[in-house]
Design a binder for this molecule. Structure first.
Ligand code: SF4
Length: 154
């Protein structure tokens, strides 16, 4: 069976900034055909649970990597180092496991695929880790886009 990395909060692990999960029951369908391996880029970057909310200061993950836009706390404190480390470690983890596809939690400043968190608002754009994974050739999806792509195969 193919191995897929997945945002840990989607699997029900309480790794979100507020100490909660973002369990999506549709993972039950996916785990019948794939081995799902949880990963949380923010924890890999050394951040604790719970943690203060973080956002990409304007723009998105593209801006973070290509234009030096920081990730900040509400106080304005720059936390980019943790996000950079977490994204790099997630890419390494995926490479070590020979993973091809990663399912990510949309709307997160790290994991967002179509929507991210920019200036503390949900906005169209990609997260910091999602951008780096995509740049390294991994296929990134939300649960929804993954299930849609499976439909088109049948
Ligand atoms: S960084 Fe990603 S995996 Fe971790 S809690 Fe946030 S959305 Fe979930």
């Amino acid at each position: 069976m193919e191995h897929i990395l997945i945002s840990s909060c989607l699997l029900g692990l309480k790794t979100r900034y507020d100490g909660k999960d973002a369990f999506d029951s549709r993972v039950r369908k996916i785990e019948k055909g794939y081995i799902l391996i949880p990963v949380c880029p923010e924890l890999l970057g050394g951040l604790p649970i719970p943690r203060e909310p973080l956002t990409i200061k304007r723009k998105d993950g593209y801006g973070f990597w290509e234009e030096n836009i920081p990730v900040v706390l509400k106080t304005g404190k720059n936390m980019s180092h943790n996000f950079k480390e977490g994204a790099l470690r997630t890419v390494d983890f995926a490479k070590i496991l020979n993973i091809r596809r990663i399912l990510l939690k949309d709307g997160s400043p790290s994991c967002g695929v179509f929507m991210t968190n920019s200036s503390f608002k949900k906005r169209r754009g990609i997260g910091v880790t999602a951008y780096l994974l995509s740049k390294n050739g991994f296929i990134i999806d939300t649960i929804e886009s993954f299930l849609e792509s499976l439909k088109s195969l049948h």
